[in-house]
Design a protein around this ligand. Sequence first.
Ligand SMILES: Cc1ncc(COP(=O)(O)O)c(C=O)c1O
Length: 453
Amino acid sequence: MTTILERYRALHPRSAELHKQAERSFPNGVTHDLRHFAPFPIYVDHALGARKWDVDGNEIIDYMMGHGALLLGHAHPTLVRAVTRQIARGTHYGASTELEMEWAGWISKLVPSAQKVRFHSSGTEATMMAVRLARAYTGRNKLVRFALNFHGWNDSVVGYVLPEETLPRSPGVPPAYLGEQIVLPQNDIGALAVTLGEEKDVAAVIVEPTGASFSTVPIDPEFLAFMRERTAREGVVLIFDEVVTGFRVGPGGAQEHFGVKPDLTTLGKILAGGLPGAAIAGRADILDCIEFRRDAEWNLHGRVAHQGTFNANPLSAAAGVAMLETISDGKAQAHAEEMAKRLCRGANRIMRKLGVKGCAYTFSSMFHMSIGVDCPEPADGWEWRWDGAPGASVPMTSPKATSAFRQAMLNSGGGDFMRTGGLTSAVHDEKDIDETLAALEPALADMRQESSL
Ligand SMILES: Cc1ncc(COP(=O)(O)O)c(C=O)c1O
């Protein structure tokens, strides 16, 4: 009887070999923290639709979906056409284009709060700009963030992950930056009320509007509504980080879904159709802090500077326009959501049948599984209904079980997961989901056999 790890090694000899070489070039042999995976990550050769193929010839159902960028799956013909056409016309003109206006036009049309737009190359840049603009606009310094909410890796938002942490998670960030962060428990209306009431130097509140880590910890809609009301009252800029949820939760993102309009919104991933690209959108009076004026003093000392070689580059713009146009009627999102619900219903059924503790739940097409831990029974087999406990978190799968789960699912043909969750797309179909569910049962059985559960 081979172990999960032995099977993983046997199925991926070429990936193991490449990883050995990669370790000479990159720390841990990888180029993103999420790809750090013991004993080695898989190396992918090509991808199409909902599937990708690794260098060992394994066909894999993909739930990573470009870290959430690929709502239309891999190599969607519409996007391939748009990018192919554009690359032959040039990828950078060092000039303004009609295409960037068309791209911004889609954002303004779809995102309820988008009065003005500015493009960037990554979500990390967008959140950095959002915080900087909020500080410039309000003349205040502090940033309120919530536990486990992720906003990229710039100095303004990185550091403390939980309110009770005394040490930041990333050295290299000057203490002055860390001192300007206030980390609160998510969904704790009382804590937010006290902070905004007592602390008069708060420039902005930033939140993942469906909850921490693309809704791993689901948001309480009342918390969002309170946040909107109280930030407006205190003159604090409310930033929705919709880098993942934008255009995914629906064409207008989480703000449309919840009917809450932030002052600023950060966008990325789906926005650029699978190519690098991001944006900040929102209130014109705040974004206009970037504008040059007929006022030398303002231009020197008042305005927020903003450069960026690849801002609104024509290739990303072409992909972005094609993507936003295609998903603007909401059908892609609705299908992706149905697939995530099917996956969760099936996974919950299987866990109950095997007597494995845990639950699978989804918000829109972002699904999560807590495995080997006690958690509430999801409503309708897929929805985690917030129970109102302020600041409560959800039980998470242990690191040991997470690692075993990912290996076991790859071994059994269940797919490539983002930890124990992932994202579905417009091109996942019932067959993909049912194949994953068929693989889940033996994967969980193997995990139990090896006491990973
Ligand atoms: C909510 C959120 N904000 C910001 C970012 C950072 O985006 P990027 O990886 O493009 O820098 C991410 C990345 O996953 C994210 O999930």
